[in-house]
Each structure stands twice: as C-alpha cells, then as structure tokens.
Design a protein around this ligand. Sequence first.
Ligand code: ME8
Length: 549
Amino acid sequence: MSNTEKPSYYLTTPIYYVNGVPHLGTAYTTIAADALARFARMDGLDAWYLTGLDEHGQKVAQEAEKAGVSPQDWVDSVAPKFLEAWKALNISNDDFIRTTEERHITGVQRFFEKMRENGYIYQDTYAGYYCVPDETFFTDEQLAEFDEKNKAEGQPSVSEDGAPLCPDCQRPLTFVQEDNLFFRLSAFQDRLLAYYEENPSFICPEIRRNEVVSFVRSGLKDLSVSRTTFDWGVPITFAPGHVSYVWVDALINYITAIGYGSDDPEKQAQFKRRWPSQVQFVGKDIIRFHCVIWPAMLMAADIEPPEKVFAHGFLLTKGEKMSKSRGNAMSPAQLCEIFSVDGYRFYFLTDVQFGADGSISLERMAQVYNADLANSWGNLCSRAFNMTGKYFDGLVPTLSADTAERLSKELGNPLASLAEGLYGRYAAAMREVDYSGALAEAKKLVDRANLYVEESAPWNLAKAATEEPAAEESLAFVLYNILEAIRIVALLFAPVMPETSAEVFRRLGLGDVFETCDLEQSVGWGGLPAGNTVEIGAPLFPRLKEDEL
Ligand code: ME8
C-alpha cells in the first residue's frame, strides 16, 4: 500500500528554544514521539513526525547581542547541535522546522491576518511583568498567588533588587509597558470548555485535563500577542513596528510546517491531509499554551484544534526538575556512551511512566540496563544464537509442519501461547501512549523465553540426540520456538530500540522490514523461515560493571 492510501498520522514535539543545547528533558519528548512515530509506521499508518526549533524572541535577541553576533547567525550556530543530537539518538523525524524559515514566516503573517479579519485582534497598551527566559507574561493575580505561596513556605518572591520572581523558573521578571496587539482569548472560554467536554481525550493524561478545565473555568484574559520594543520576530503585516509574540509565532509552526499559508497547491493539499494532528507531545510546563491558547487561536482562524495534546511529566534528578539553568543535567551523549543509544531510549520509556514525573539516576539506569537488557534480552539472544551455531550449524532448525504440531501437543509451546494476543495487548498500550505498558508486554515474552530455555534445557536434548533421534526433533522444536520468540520481541522492541532490533533481524537472516512491515501480521507465530542462517555476533548489551559508571 502506498503511503497516501494509508491514514495520515501526524505527530509533533514542542519546538525547542535555541538558548541551550539538547538535554535529557528535550531528548525525552523527542524520543517518546519517535517511538510512537515508528510504531505508527509499523502499524499501517502514514506517520509524519515533526520537530524543530523556536528561534525568535527577546531572549535570543539578547543572547546574540551578548555574543556580538546577529540573531540569525546565533540561531544558525545552534541549529546544527540539535540536528546532530537527534541524529545520534536515531530520531526518525520527517521534517524539522525552524521558525526563521520563510515558509513559517509567511504562514504566521497569514494566520495573524485571518485572526484579525475574524475580529479577534485589537490594539491596546500592555503594562505588566514578563519573564524573558520563559518568554511568558504573568498577570498580577498569578504573581499574587505565587507571593502568597512563597510567604507560606518562607521563600522569597522578589529578587535582591526588588523585582518579582518568575513563578515558573524563579528568575527576576522584567516590567514591560508597550503598545501591543491583543488576542481576544476571553471570547473562547465557552467554546474551549465545550471542546474539552466533547473531546475527552484532547488533553492527556486526565490530571492535566482537569488542571486545564479548572483554569479555563476560572476565566480567561485577553493575551498580548505582539511586541514593539525589539524586532527579532515575525513582522505583522498590518501593524508596522510590531513583531509576533514569540509563543504565538512558535505555536503556529505545527501548521506552517505542513503547508498552511502556502500558495503552492501541493503544500495546501498536504495541509488538508495532515491537519488536524493526531498527537502533540509537550511537557506539563507548557500545557496552557498548547491546550488553551493554541486551540483558541486555531478556532479564531477557523481551523480545527489537534486531536490530542499529551503532556508528560518532568524528569527529576534528586527531586528537582532537571534543566540546564539548574546545572543538574547530564548530557544525552554522555549517557549514550555508557548505555548505548538503544539502552538510553529504553530506560526513559520503560522506567518512567509516561505522563507522570520520573526520578532518574545513573544508578537506576545501570540497574535497568543490566537487568532488562544485558541479563534478559541480550542474554536470551546470545544463548539462542550460540546454540543454533553449536547444534544446527548456524541454521534455523527445520521441522515438518506435522512434526511441529505433534511436538506442540506432546511438549506444549508456552511461547506460542504467550505470543497469541500479544499484538493486541502491546498495540493497545502503545495507542494509549503507555510505553512502559507496551514494553512490559514484550518483556513478558523475553522472560518466558529465558525460563523456557531453562525448562527445556536444550543442552540435555543435544546430549540425548546423539542416541535417540526423537531428542533431535525436540531440540529443533525448542530452538525454533526460542528463535521465533526472539523475532517477535525484536519487532515489538523496534519502535524503542530500532538499532538493536535491526541487528537481531540481520542476525536471524531477515531483512530490515521495520518501516514497512505490517506489525500485526508480522508478529503472528511461525514467521521465521526454517533454514535461515543465524549469526552469533557480539553481545547486544554487554553487562556494565560499577566501575564503568
Ligand atoms: O518551551 N523533563 O521550549 P523548551 C521532561 N520553545 N521534559 C522536559 C524537561 C524535563 N526536565 N525539560 C524540558 C519551549 N523538557 C518552547 C516550546 S512549542 C510551540 C514552543 C521538554 O526548549 C518538555 O517537552 O523550553 C518541555 O515541554 C520542553 O522540553 C520545553 O522545551
């Protein structure tokens, strides 16, 4: 089936700020979206995965000035770092948008024109506090609430110079007074609440949905959507001297990347086909932008909101949100060197329940790596490939269908039984964006296969086979079952650990089918062709010793 005949499945990550290098937090969202994109492709959908960079705004302008370069040169110097990092993590994005690209700028301008035409933009004076690092406006009510909370906890809510601190990042806020354009966000309260009600899975998980609903119920204020005191942003065509507020500019990336605002009929067709998106991944820090402002902006421009925004939790190290500004971030590259890229991807998606906050540590990573990958999955593969080499000259054992059926009745086949219905359980978890749940299903087959090796003791069958041909048949049957379980697990692990699964497939003499296979059909029992050459190879996940950390 060609891609255009398959249902479109469009998924996105936030576009990250260029003020820092890729870190564990941004890598987390990017890996999670990647695993879902890879699963969707294997599951018969025409997935389109977008990520990119948020390159405008006051913070970028300030940083560039500090470095003595133009903002464009500054962002051009940072972008390759993200591209390299995502490549190193095996991210399979189909597009990468940068908000300084022409296709985006034109789209943002058209979007503004549309909102204005529909009566949702007006000019007024803004006077209030702004967090430059977070590029966020704060209302007096929000600051009062923060002040009250901090007083109760004995924490300061103003800096040494008397500037109020940002409720999100605790850095000093800047007072801004400007003639700005405003978006009539307040006009969307009822429509948003109705949208949440009619689309219960728009905001996931449930806890975030409740948070957003109660925020919107408490009333919405119009939002300042332009800035006039600097020019590093998208110029607004109908308001000379105004550039778009960076968040509004950034949110629109999700549609400009797929052709919104383009005059090219092909791009317009792409927009029609891809939008609304199926899943927009974000961290819980930016749900108000994505679940309140973004759908309201889309409604104001007569465009449907996305189907789902999934807000995951924070990665915490020693109980603190891990972030570059706090200096407690370990780099993805350093960790990949220790755990391999697949080991890294696996840890974050299996050990942190997607949606909740997750405490991460090097020690825990090593534990998970050694238990699940080195001792369990890697060891199963090593044993099975070695035994195939030793007992069957490196060929997948051949048995007639009749013999296999007879032995199945006589000896039982717990692996085939467990594999039955496995796709359904795994795919259901994946569709719920429950990576730990999906991986747990695959791990059950790994564990059962390791136990099966012990129970069936192929080494004893091999000894007996020298005297009785029946044992030779049993040995072939047992080993085939183990190799077949390995093939199925490799398929199910592929969205999370693509490199290792491709290697396992190669060692089993199978082609690289992950992008094009029909997962449901492929995980059906008995797909491994008898007679295939099996390569032993080096351990997939060498065990880590403590001194290697
Ligand atoms: O907010 N744990 O960009 P950003 C988990 N440019 N995820 C984390 C994390 C942590 N400790 N730290 C960061 C922006 N993230 C805007 C987005 S979109 C139109 C504009 C992830 O570089 C998480 O996905 O600050 C979070 O929402 C995002 O990085 C913030 O990235």
